[in-house]
Write a protein that binds this ligand. Sequence first.
Ligand code: ADP
Ligand code: MG
Length: 264
Amino acid sequence: QQENLSTAAASAVYSRSSPGQSTAVEFRQVSKSFGHHQVITTVDLSVASGEVVAVCGPSGSGKSTLIRLINQLETASDGEILIDGKPTRGLKGAALQRLRTHIGFVFQQFNLYAHLTAQDNVSLALIKVHGWKKTEARAKALALLTRVGLADKAQHYPEQLSGGQQQRVAIARALATDPNIILFDEPTSALDPEMIGEVLLVMRELARSGITMIVVTHEMSFAREIADRVIFMDGGEILEQAAPEDFFTRPTHPRAQRFLQKVL
Ligand code: ADP
Ligand code: MG
């Protein structure tokens, strides 16, 4: 059964569907345990193509695990995760590679390669994984660095860049393979306050581009501004999901109310 699923998914080509017309990410009764510690409990979730979703909740509530499950950085212990309607359980090798190509990921700590320039960080996967010619991959990398406002920093190494600039390189890198979905795990949490704005600016532009975005963030005003929907997690469960206006002005779950009192 599992074999069939992964073969079917391996032969599938992920669709470039138009916003709102299809489901980009679907969780069906997904649970995740580390040993005996259950950190995600029977989550159902459906994110439409082109939708921008903000995920918030207290530390340890399972936000990172939730989004890491989407691109298989973690594997679900139970339930099913579908990407563009296709099952992802048991994907390996080329099929897993294709899934990861389709889903960009931006980490809190940037995770750039210290020994590579900004341009090489962005072009690396295109060359090594996707077999692009170096000149073409570098041209694309430069275009992406231009998009995030860093054309003049293409030849800089990470240590020569500020945190905000490094995170913008990481966003350019996540976009290199033209993903349909991009996941952010607290992208501004490691940044000095004066650098948060430049990263949010890039993310704001991205949100308008029609890409499906799932953003774990503590930037509540940003979530309110760009998200189509806010998800509140606690204890490994989604306790509330609502349009930002509703969530921020009249949260219904007591724990969401308490959380908002603390962070707003
Ligand atoms: P959040 O991102 O909301 O802070 P996480 O998803 O990182 O929450 O973590 C949820 C829970 O899962 C925490 O109790 C954390 O300690 C635990 N956890 C996360 N990753 C692992 C892991 N690789 N091994 C064991 N426990 C983990
Ligand atoms: Mg986290």
